[in-house]
Design a protein around this ligand. Structure first.
Ligand code: CA
Length: 505
């Protein structure tokens, strides 16, 4: 009897162990153009690339609302912004709604979120939380736990996020599978690299994107924004030109250093960068292009520490043998402009901010080197993770599992994604818009302060420079896409968009 019990117990724990662990690494504003696995020539991300090499890389993973908090709310709920209620940044996530990690918990998973979350509330579904309050800080950040207790730690945020992730992995119950979200603050504005990465890209002269001096013909919303390197990027706060290290203002950005950190930071940004800025007295195009170079240097140097720490985490998984049964995802909450259209920031349905990097390794299931071209949305992330965990997908989730796409066992994937952006006018004056992205086209309707339709042929015009909505040759394409868009609006029950569509007739 005893041996039968023992046998049953062993078989049970073996079965339980067969469910894969999942580590979901989500950074902030880190875009595909800055990842070498996506072919970036301006930088190297050797550790993020390891995930792509050992699994699948997605070339058309798009978000449904290109902004930080709303993207994470969609990750947690598998629902579009109008359904989960989190349409704009800096709001409070409604925690009285189902989130998918609760399903994982019900199915025996331990769940944890470490690092950046930024939802204004602590959602259910996590056994362990050690997260940055709000945007968090790059240097000597506070973290809050499940009971909302705040603790300040000395050090650089990417190192601390990695350290706390490993610590949780070390103390979890090893008899249960786990789901861990690693939320990186990098590469969110304002870009503060780790001390060892200061000046890492000073010898690089970054090529200006071909459309850096975009004049926005045929695109009234693009002409109306406030997010250019030229006019919006601030010399003092963004680029650290004579930053005020002691002022309590600047959101406390530059007054958090230890004396040793401050000395190094000051030595680089004040004695070197600001001094060179003063001496050259640039203006006009020379100044804009210098700002672009500084932006790229700061942004990419900030990513260096994150990539290094992702490498540490992957090494830890290998060292402990966890890598054999652990799915690893790397993604960002959305893409970002690295000077395309003259911009930084995100928000628009245009390609650079619509797409987000996504790679996933799943040993024994996803073939290493898999390249995925299908259009996949961030509403599909939650159901896919539930599918990987062999857990039922609640019917209210609006996305679909794309696990069959990753394993090549799918035909007739939907290949279209719905988009709706809301936040206006602050902080970047981007008009609200909704639209559809298919394998070939983006059709978008701007509304609110201005009214305009735009159509882009992604295959011919991946930079979204030529709005061909009025082109008579596109008439039938427009009609077809409007039909598909209307169908999406009905399926997803977006009443606000429906009213605007219906008012057109
Ligand atoms: Ca973001």
């Amino acid at each position: 009897m005893k041996s039968i019990l023992l046998f049953l117990l062993c078989s049970f724990s073996l079965l339980a162990q067969q469910k894969p662990n999942i580590i979901f690494i989500i950074s902030d504003d880190h875009t595909s153009q800055a990842i070498s696995a996506y072919g970036s020539k301006i930088t190297k991300t050797p550790n993020i690339d390891r995930i792509a090499k050992s699994g699948a890389i997605l070339y058309n993973n798009v978000v449904s609302n290109s902004i930080c908090g709303p993207s994470r709310a969609t990750l947690l709920t598998g629902k579009l912004s109008h359904k989960n209620g989190y349409k704009e940044n800096e709001k409070v996530f409604n925690i009285n709604q189902p989130v998918f990690p609760e399903e994982l918990q019900k199915n025996g998973y331990q769940t944890a979120w470490v690092g950046k979350m930024h939802l204004g509330a602590l959602p259910n579904g996590f056994d362990y939380l050690n997260i940055l309050p709000g945007q968090g800080h790059y240097y000597n950040p506070e973290f809050i736990d499940k009971s909302n207790t705040k603790t300040r730690y000395e050090g650089y945020v990417s190192n601390l996020v990695e350290q706390f992730s490993e610590e949780w992995l070390g103390k979890r119950d090893p008899s249960k599978p786990f789901f861990l979200v690693v939320g990186h603050k990098a590469t969110h504005r304002s870009w503060l690299p780790d001390l060892q990465d200061l000046g890492a890209y000073d010898q690089v002269n970054f090529p200006l994107p071909a459309n850096f001096y975009d004049t926005y013909e045929g695109r009234i919303a693009a002409a109306d924004q406030d997010m250019t390197v030229d006019k919006t990027m601030v010399l003092r706060e963004d680029l650290k030109i004579h930053a005020n290290y002691d002022a309590p203002g600047n959101n406390g950005l530059y007054n958090r250093f230890t004396p040793a950190q401050k000395a190094k930071f000051y030595d680089y940004y004040e004695n070197k960068v600001s001094k060179e800025f003063d001496e050259k007295k640039r203006s006009g195009k020379a100044l804009v292009e210098w700002k672009f170079q500084r932006y790229m240097r700061d942004y990419l140097a900030t990513a260096n520490s994150m990539d290094r720490n992702i490498g540490k985490l992957l090494d830890y998984l290998e060292k402990t043998g966890l890598s054999k049964n652990t799915v690893v995802v790397y993604t960002s909450d959305q893409g970002f402009y690295l000077g395309e259209h003259g911009w930084f920031d995100k928000r628009f349905i245009y390609e650079e901010s619509l797409k987000t990097p996504f790679m996933i390794s799943y040993p024994g299931v996803i073939k290493p080197g898999t390249k995925v071209q299908e259009v996949i949305s961030n509403i599909d992330w939650a159901p896919t993770l539930l599918n990987i965990a062999q857990t039922k997908i609640p019917s209210e989730i609006q996305g679909k599992s794309f696990l069959p796409v990753l394993t090549g066992k799918v035909s007739g994937w939907k290949n279209e994604s719905y988009y709706h952006y809301y936040e206006y006018p602050q902080p970047h004056h981007v008009a609200p818009h909704f639209g559809i992205r298919t394998a070939q086209y983006t059709l978008v309707r701007f509304y609110g302060p201005l009214n305009a339709w735009e159509l882009y042929d992604i295959k011919k015009d991946p930079a979204n420079m030529h709005n061909v909505y009025q082109d008579p040759a596109m008439k039938s394409v427009v009609a077809q896409l409007k039909k598909q868009l209307k169908q999406q609006i009905l399926t997803y029950e977006d009443d606000e968009a429906l009213k605007i569509m219906d008012a057109e007739k």
